[in-house]
Design a protein around this ligand. Structure first.
Ligand code: NAD
Length: 519
């Protein structure tokens, strides 16, 4: 297939020979500017989700290697933080061009390891690229504040300064976008960065590291380690690491937030979701059904902003048969195959989990209107495919509603009124994203004001903010004070130093000590 040839041919490409050296290729660590083979005895397989072939192995880095990586970050911090902001900006201006030039190569690697379609993989890179472009405006974003003459001869001003070594821990579902939410913002602020990519999709991060090096980032400014729990614990505990950015499941995110915070670090933790799409009967039917189907089943539902729950209000309940027809028309196939709409799930275990959550809905009395569990994909019989699935008559106590399914499954609930729909959404513990579909401005306004969710779309199914804003998931979907990217991203990766200075004319020199507080 195209992807298998990519796997062989990508080696001599511009981005260089970086991760593969034997017949079952191994993923390197990136330490102090070098791609190095791990000395570990523990390796994890990386499987192509469309075939389950083992395509590479990723090491669980040893303690020694992790220490070497963080030491390299610490050493590089001294010079990188003193490098002029214009020079740091130039690195990221070159970086954004390199990413643009290599978008298709990055997408192929993403499809190979993650499974999503090539077009969707390009979108994954593109949304990360936008954060790199945003990072290039750091000269404005990092401005401090000044207030002259706060008293006689005295001025106060603030600097935004980097923290030191920062670390990122990323999930499998966006191999490019999520690492790019992290290290470009962290580094452009003057921090150095330790990244631990998802062990299931590490290669894209390695390519991104190579491009960053080619863009001129000095050795040690970005280091990459691989692994699972030990690597995560190492990051949470190492005293040189001042801040942790995490994106992934609640189980890992809550743990990392707690352990990292206890150790005195800043932590921002973006976690799971259950995003509701509220469909009002006055909505534009054609648009709404298409948007709903795209947002529920795109990327096989493996997006934290997937619209995985529909609430049909009143008359809109009669739109279900058409919704099913549209979902049925999607083509399930390997991500590199022309016309593929829905690719495989990441692992056989993920498929099993999704199938059992579908079954739980049936067992608890919901109606399975479209069942994708037995989908067959010709030529890819061993892949982790689940076809679009729609479950209706779902109630809030059912497991298929309370758990994040993270598969191509849309659960459908019904509501009599907008108020009922809002109350349902607000009772759900997650607060990542939601959308309302309506042609009535007052309805849209009421929804956006009353719904307790951090990112709201009005006739926009996946309202992920562009990077001049921030990614503002809330409640059970987020732990921390400062969100990813945008102004908040800069706040997260910087601390403020406030300078108060007095320059008196010589004749105003104090004649005796001032022992009382100034009033
Ligand atoms: P995951 O939590 O399994 O893995 C994320 C990272 O944490 C990986 O690097 C992994 O090695 C590490 N990890 C996994 N389990 C751990 C544990 N028990 N202790 C410590 N570290 C652990 O997540 P995933 O399956 O890769 O990604 C899917 C999840 O990520 C979904 O829940 C999805 O909603 C969420 N997600 C959220 C956002 C967001 O912005 N809110 C974006 C993308 C994905």
């Amino acid at each position: 297939t195209v992807l298998r040839s990519v796997f062989r041919t990508r080696v001599p490409l511009k981005v260089g020979r970086l991760c593969y050296s034997s017949s079952v290729p191994t993923t390197k660590l990136f330490i102090n500017g070098k791609f190095v083979e791990s000395k570990t005895a523990e390796w994890l397989d990386i499987q192509n989700p469309a075939t389950n072939e083992v395509i590479a192995r990723v090491p669980k880095a040893t303690q020694e290697e992790m220490l070497a990586a963080v030491d390299s970050c610490s050493r590089a911090f001294h010079s990188w933080s003193e490098t002029s902001i214009l020079a740091r900006q130039q690195v990221f201006l070159r970086y954004q061009q390199l990413i643009k030039d290599n978008i298709k190569e990055l997408a192929k690697v993403i499809t190979l390891e993650q499974g999503k379609t090539l077009a969707d993989a390009e979108g994954d890179v593109f949304r990360g690229l936008q954060v790199v472009e945003h990072a290039c405006s750091i000269t404005s974003l990092m401005l401090g504040e000044t207030l002259p003459s706060i008293t006689k001869d005295m001025d106060t001003y603030t600097y935004r300064l980097p923290l030191g070594v920062c670390a990122g821990i990323t999930p499998f579902n966006f191999p490019a976008m999520i690492p790019l939410w992290m290290f470009p913002m962290g580094m452009v602020c003057g921090n150095t960065y330790l990244l631990k990519p998802s062990e299931r999709v590490p290669t894209c991060a390695m390519l991104l590291a190579k491009m960053l090096q080619d863009a001129g980032a000095p050795d040690g400014t970005l280091n990459i380690i691989h692994g699972q729990h030990d690597a995560v614990n190492f990051i949470c505990d190492h005293p040189a690491i001042k801040a942790i950015s995490f994106v992934g499941s609640n189980q890992a995110g809550e743990y990392i937030y707690e352990r990292g915070s206890k150790n005195g670090k800043r932590v921002q933790s973006n976690m799971g979701a259950k995003n509701h799409g509220v469909v009002m009967p006055d909505a534009n039917k054609e648009n709404t059904l298409n948007q709903l189907v795209g947002a529920a089943f795109g990327a096989a539902g493996q997006r934290c902003m997937a619209l995985s729950t529909a609430i049909l209000v009143g008359e809109a309940q009669s739109w279900l048969p058409e919704l099913i027809e549209r979902a049925k028309a999607l083509r399930v196939n390997a991500g590199d195959q022309p016309g593929a709409d829905v690719g495989p799930l990441i692992t056989p275990q993920a498929k099993q989990r999704v199938c059992s959550l579908i079954q739980s809905g049936v067992d608890e009395g919901a109606k399975l209107l479209l069942d994708g569990r037995n989908v067959k994909v010709k030529g890819y019989e061993n892949g982790n495919f689940v076809g679009p699935t729609i479950i209706s008559n779902v109630t809030p106590e059912m497991k298929c509603y309370t758990e994040e399914i993270f598969g191509p499954v849309l659960v459908v609930l019904e509501a009599d009124s907008l108020d009922d729909a809002i109350s349902l959404v607000n009772r759900n513990p997650y607060g990542n994203g939601t959308a309302i579909f309506t042609t009535n401005g007052a309805t849209a306004r009421k929804y956006t004001h009353e719904v307790d969710v951090g990112q709201v779309g009005v006739n926009v199914p996946i309202p992920v903010p562009l990077p001049m804003f921030s990614f503002t998931g809330s409640r059970g979907s987020f732990r921390g004070d400062m969100n990813f990217y945008g102004k908040q991203g800069v706040q997260f990766y910087t601390q403020i130093k406030t300078v108060t200075s007095q320059w008196k004319a010589e004749d105003a020199t104090l004649k005796s000590p001032a022992v009382t507080m100034p009033t």
